[in-house]
Design a protein around this ligand. Structure first.
Ligand code: OGA
Ligand code: FE2
Length: 393
């Protein structure tokens, strides 16, 4: 009986894999992920204008100037895009960040009906007000979840890393998995590593969900797909840069050369800051037991928050292997559900403000089964940098 089930599962997996490969081939899509990625950040690329030798084009001197066809000086700082880029010349997207849209939460537990596709309504449930956290059941179809997982397997998974942590060192030191900050595997997907029609459908739906323009999402990061097995987890963290003393650094999305630096080294932290205005996280699988997403500080009153926050160095709330259920918001993974929240506050101009420490969150231990998620990190930028080229491909 069990053997039969394994056989059926393998067959199912092979069929989906084949579909993805065929879909890629039909569209002339290279199926491996060779984007501008480090293990923790990954920038989208304009696949339609991709030059032959991509890697040459990523070597950038941020201060250099290029000359356009009319022989006018075009500063990279100004972010001018030349549609007919010659080989070896940089390409920039000229998307200028607008003030950032923000969904106003209702009361905890409020359910709103939202139309994300014509005639198709979804429930948006407020899970927390501070920061706004929403849960959207059945956001992805079973087919979409399976296609994303298949594309991720096809792209190939690697061990997940954490900014500022040396995961290999952690593994050597740890006497138990729970001592490691993150235990999972991951990969990155973009419009060239998943079927184009799926990618387009997801971007359009995401634009409706977040009320941010499609162009904004296209200059944000690629989709990160993460796989956890038993014992896997991700202790509490914030998805963006947490220190206010780094405001002088540019957003990583605007300094592609930073992505060449290993994220676990000091070089990375000195190079740029991660500006992830929002996170939209999708559960691609159910989990038999465990694997919840927990927000230990969400909606916490100021006095308690201050007290807890000081306690970070001394353990407890950020350790989601042992203290998952102490968190104020705990979301149970369910295939197709999306959760979204804001990692940053807005500044007085409506651009990226300080990081919101109450957005601390993570993935609790998988007790039984496997867990697949995907993250869409949506970039934001400060008022000062809003006109800078948002991304490089
Ligand atoms: C992440 C994350 C939570 C989860 O990948 O950044 O916070 O539930 N994951 O896996
Ligand atoms: Fe996270």
């Amino acid at each position: 009986m069990e053997f039969k089930m394994v056989l059926v599962f393998c067959l199912l997996l092979l069929t989906t894999l084949k579909t993805v490969v065929e879909a890629c081939e039909q569209q002339g899509i290279p199926s491996t992920n060779d984007g501008t990625c480090s293990r923790d950040t990954c920038i989208n690329r304009d696949v339609d204008n991709e030059p032959e030798d991509k890697h040459n084009n990523y070597k950038v001197d941020a201060d250099s100037k290029e000359t356009d066809k009319n022989n006018e000086d075009v500063s990279i700082e100004e972010g001018i895009v030349d549609e007919d880029e010659q080989e070896g010349v940089l390409e920039f997207r000229d998307y200028e960040f607008q003030p950032l849209a923000r969904i106003i939460p209702g009361k905890v537990g409020d359910v709103e009906e939202i139309e994300l596709e014509e005639g198709k309504f979804y429930k948006r449930i407020t899970r927390s007000v501070n920061p706004p956290i929403f849960e959207i059941p059945n956001y992805l179809s079973v087919m979409e979840c399976n296609m994303i997982i298949s594309a991720a397997l096809y792209a190939g998974l690697e061990t997940s890393a954490v900014v500022g942590h040396d995961i290999n060192e952690e593994r050597n030191q740890a006497s138990h998995l729970s001592e490691m900050s993150r235990v999972s595997e991951q990969t990155w997907l973009s419009s060239d590593t998943m079927p184009k029609t799926l990618w387009r459908r997801l971007v359009n739906r995401l634009s409706k969900l977040t009320q941010l323009p499609v162009e904004h999402l296209e200059v944000s990061e690629q989709m990160q797909v993460v796989s956890y097995v038993s014992g896997g987890h991700y202790h509490a963290h914030i998805d963006s840069t947490d220190t206010t003393d780094k405001l002088h650094l540019p957003c990583c999305a605007q300094t592609p050369e930073c992505l060449e630096v290993d994220i676990s080294t000091e070089g990375f932290e000195e190079c740029c800051r991660i500006c992830r205005y929002m996170t939209v996280l999708y559960y691609l699988s159910d989990v038999e037991e465990g694997g919840e997403t927990a927000f230990p500080l969400a909606d916490m009153p100021d006095d308690l928050f201050e007290e807890k926050f000081k306690d970070r160095e001394f353990q407890s709330w950020h350790d989601l292997s042992n203290f998952c259920y102490n968190a104020s918001v705990v979301v149970k993974p369910k295939r197709g559900t999306a959760i979204m929240w804001y990692n940053h506050l807005l500044d007085e101009n409506g651009y990226l403000g300080h990081v919101d420490m109450r957005s601390n969150h993570g993935g609790c231990d998988i007790i039984k089964g496997n867990k697949w998620i995907a993250n869409n990190w949506i970039a934001g930028t400060s008022f000062r940098d809003r006109n800078k080229p948002s991304m490089i491909y």
